[in-house]
Write a protein that binds this ligand. Structure first.
Ligand SMILES: Cc1ncc(COP(=O)(O)O)c(C=O)c1O
Length: 356
């Protein structure tokens, strides 16, 4: 092997760039990462004090993952042997890709798709067949059905980040049933949408549905994701591919307590959906914007030539949203997370002042 192989590898990896995290703006009204601020801070305090009481971090969390999985099982009403966990759904997606995909396996997805997933495919040289969104930010199921035979893996985030689009349940079911390779349905925003495909894993051995506590439970910092899949896949993933202790004791105990208090999470979803409607309808009143429908906890809109000015003006006022720029034929896309009523009102007021 070439003596410089290590330097060359580093050079190759550094040229990829990696996942672009949003800018860190201290004390901003944070509407840039699809987090959930509607869930009260008290909820966090409660689960952390519960975790503190129930943890001894001198020990490895032996048996902890199993207890966590049993709690997830009760929450989603699926059998424990069909559930696995990871350090955020990011880590689950990464382990699936690094072990099941390669230069030889083509992944069918949308353009855009979840940024981290795309970056990981770049890192592992996994080729993508990426179907673009139409001008009204929708996908056509026929394009996916047609390309299915050319792909080995189907990955869809349902709803999609950053567009908020979701196929109808019957369309997606049809696509999943017809796909013969591995199917990964990423439901990070599933609770904000109209359906989940999780029960389909009972009949589809090639289906993995990935979910997370980051969005709906407002626990992005806890790093707890999980998946639902066939017993065979789950057993192999958890015993062979996953780390022996993939999540910390604090994460396990906090996660268990959060799941036991899921009623609170469900209440916040209702309020986020109501606010989503208000944001969409208010943004639509500005002729300068094209606003797209969303089934997630964020809204995408095209501010055309004004997008950089709007992004910077909001940032100056301490309001962080996500600047995306060109998506398909839309050149000025911005994505705003649905926050609390007060956060959303400040965002909408700032927009009115800028454009009014
Ligand atoms: C579509 C999608 N999948 C997965 C994730 C990652 O979630 P987690 O915090 O569980 O790693 C995100 C986060 O933004 C996302 O948008």
């Amino acid at each position: 092997m070439n003596k410089n192989w290590f330097e060359e590898k580093i050079k190759k990896f550094s040229s990829i760039g990696g996942y672009q995290k949003p800018e860190l703006v201290e004390d901003s009204i944070k509407l840039d990462s699809n987090e959930n601020y509607v869930i009260p801070k008290q909820f966090q305090n409660d689960i952390i004090s519960f975790a503190k009481k129930n943890s001894d971090i001198r020990e490895y969390p032996l048996g902890g993952v199993e207890r966590l999985i049993d709690t997830i099982s009760k929450f989603i009403k699926m059998p424990s042997p069909m559930i696995g966990v990871g350090n955020g759904s990011d880590q689950i997606l990464d382990l699936i890709l690094s072990n099941f995909a390669s230069k030889q396996t083509k992944v069918l997805t949308s353009n855009p798709t979840f940024g981290f997933f795309e970056e990981r495919c770049k890192l592992y040289n996994i080729p993508l067949i990426a179907i673009p969104f139409s001008d009204n930010m929708k996908l056509n199921i026929k394009d996916f059905l047609k390309e299915s035979k050319n792909a080995d893996i189907l990955y869809l985030d349902s709803p999609n980040n950053p567009t908020g689009f979701q196929f109808t349940k019957s369309e997606l079911q049809k696509l999943v049933k017809s796909f013969t390779g591995l199917v990964i349905i990423d439901e990070a925003y599933g609770e904000f949408s109209e359906y989940s495909l999780s029960s389909m894993v009972k009949t589809q051995n090639n289906l993995i549905v990935v979910q997370t506590l980051s969005k709906s439970f407002g626990l992005a910092g806890l790093r707890l994701g999980y998946f639902i899949a066939s017993k065979k896949f789950t057993e192999t993933f958890m015993n062979v591919l996953q780390y022996p202790y993939p999540v910390s004791t604090i994460t396990i105990e906090s996660g268990i307590h959060a799941l036991e208090k899921s009623k609170l999470m469900k209440d916040t979803i209702d309020s986020i959906k109501t606010e989503r409607k208000r944001i969409i309808e208010t943004l639509q009143t500005f002729d300068a914007f094209e606003v797209f429908d969303s089934k997630a906890n964020f809204v995408l809109f095209d501010a055309h030539g004004a997008y950089k000015r709007i992004y910077s003006a909001l940032a100056e006022q301490g309001i962080s949203i996500r600047k995306l720029g060109k998506i398909g034929n839309h050149d000025g896309c911005l994505r705003v997370t649905i926050g609390t009523k007060e956060m959303n009102s400040k965002f909408l007021l700032a927009i009115r002042d800028l454009l009014g």
